[in-house]
Design a protein around this ligand. Structure first.
Ligand SMILES: [Zn+2]
Ligand SMILES: [Zn+2]
Length: 465
């Protein structure tokens, strides 16, 4: 059998007695494998002592349950029974409320975290666990003396830091999304599978040509199916991104981020870029020049600046000769022009040619003053640095500006404006408020105050002059 020879070759040992097989393929094929014990008509029969999982029968692999048409609720109900049982035995020791909190963390938190991570927790199980936590925290009492939100709130904010299973699960979803959005060379393997699936599952409005240019819908403007036809795990990524408003946003970015963005269907570019992607010249850029990213298209467009370059398809400048030889391009000059056109469709914030000057921007105030040590200096650098992953932010809101904010000294205006910033947490009528004040000077109309009435929620802020 293949497995036996594989074990010999790789020196790995499989417990063949415990091996189970999950057939992969269409429903008819799976049924046939179960019936005949063969994966192909001419293949060896699977030994009778090896179990072949039927549809709906989960198989345990590395602590998660996989299989065809398995029911997640069923998998969780076994885990919930175990939790119930453990909580019951703790109940006998009559714990204090603080003890109960720790037991919940250990039992409910500990016994669900891994499975929720690898399997996802269905809403039904989440609701049941929430109920169980509430019941356990109050022991025999039937009426809860304190609002549950206060128990969930962090200790720093006057709460008790009780395990909030729904928020914990949301955090797990966000961590999955974060790991998908890494966009560097060591992305986890599953993200590449997800990308490939997104690029295949296209709505009718989307052209299926140029497969290689479709990298990710999180960076580009092409559309993939996101409804019920889309695999559950991928849909979860979209739902999580939408729920927490995770988008590519920032005041400005350093070139390490802007050059790494895909040029084709660039999410922030003028929509015209979609038509340009399909043109003949773009085909040369994709197939021959192998251009995918903004940095590469930028480099190509820069060839136009070469002093001996001429608009002739047979131009003999260094770049054209190399482009012709290496990339088998018939008309390099034409391709440079196209590259320049594509770059022209990027808004200033994402366009390397129109922006970014670096500079030391630590703002230091040297005035001699006795409160000196109370001050905190901050960096005036507002560009996001790092990789594309650093350009994704959660809880984004409002309109996106695609221009680069001007610094005062960009206009030769080097006047230093001193402001005082103070923040304080106050409690009024049992409501906690965070107040921030920017003070320019006595009766200065620019003086302003920011109040955040409930620091747990976003979207509840306003600047008041
Ligand atoms: Zn040339
Ligand atoms: Zn070309």
């Amino acid at each position: 059998m293949i497995l036996t020879s594989w074990c010999k070759a790789s020196t790995a040992k499989f417990n063949i007695q415990k091996t189970e097989i999950i057939p992969i393929g269409t429903q008819e094929h799976r049924a046939k494998v179960i019936e005949t014990g063969q994966t192909r008509d001419d293949s060896e029969e699977i030994p009778i002592n090896i179990y072949i999982a039927k549809d709906g029968e989960p198989v345990r692999i590395l602590g998660s349950w996989v299989g065809n048409k398995i029911d997640n609720e069923n998998i969780w109900s076994a885990q919930l029974d175990k939790i119930d049982h453990t909580l019951e035995s703790w109940e006998r020791s009559n714990p204090t409320i603080e003890g109960r909190k720790l037991i919940i963390q250990m039992v409910v938190g500990g016994m669900t975290q891994y499975l929720a991570q690898v399997q996802g927790m269905p809403k039904g199980a989440e609701k049941k666990l929430e109920k169980r936590i509430r019941k356990f925290i109050w022991g025999e009492k039937t009426k809860s003396p304190i609002n549950i939100d206060i128990l969930y709130a962090p200790i720093k904010m006057g709460g008790r830091g009780l395990l909030d299973i729904k928020s914990r699960n949301e955090a797990i979803d966000l961590m999955w999304l974060k790991s998908y959005l890494k966009f560097n060379n060591d992305r986890p393997l599953w993200t590449l599978v997800a990308d490939a699936l997104m690029a295949i599952n296209l709505p009718q409005s989307e052209s299926s040509s140029n497969r290689e240019t479709k990298q990710s819908v999180f960076l580009q403007s092409w559309k993939t199916l996101s409804g019920t036809k889309c695999p559950k795990t991928i849909r979860k990524l979209f739902l999580t991104a939408k729920k927490f408003a995770v988008w590519l946003e920032g005041l400005a970015f350093t070139p390490s981020i802007t050059i790494a963005m895909p040029i084709w269907y660039h999410a922030k570019a003028d929509p015209k870029i979609r038509c340009l992607t399909g043109s003949e010249t773009s085909k040369c850029l994709i197939k021959n020049h192998k251009v995918m990213r903004v940095g590469e298209i930028e480099k190509l467009a820069n060839s136009l600046q070469h002093p001996s370059n001429t608009p002739d398809p047979n131009c003999l400048c260094e770049n054209c000769v190399e482009t012709g030889d290496v990339n088998k391009c018939e008309n390099p000059h034409n391709c440079y022009i196209q590259a320049e056109k594509l770059i022209g469709l990027l808004p200033p914030k994402w366009n390397l040619t129109m922006r970014y000057q670096s500079g030391g921007d630590i703002i230091v105030d040297n005035t001699n003053d006795p409160d000196h040590f109370k001050r905190k200096y901050f960096s005036g650098k507002y560009e996001t640095d790092g990789t594309i992953a650093d350009a994704f932010h959660a809880f984004t809101e409002g309109e996106t500006m695609n221009n680069v904010p001007q610094k005062f000294n960009d206009n030769g205006n080097t006047e230093v404006i001193k402001v005082h910033i103070a923040t304080k947490l106050i409690t009024a009528n049992d409501i906690k408020k965070l107040v921030a004040v920017i003070y320019y000077g006595r009766e200065n109309p620019k003086n302003s105050m920011l109040k955040v009435s409930n620091p747990q929620r976003t979207g509840n802020r306003s600047w008041e002059p």
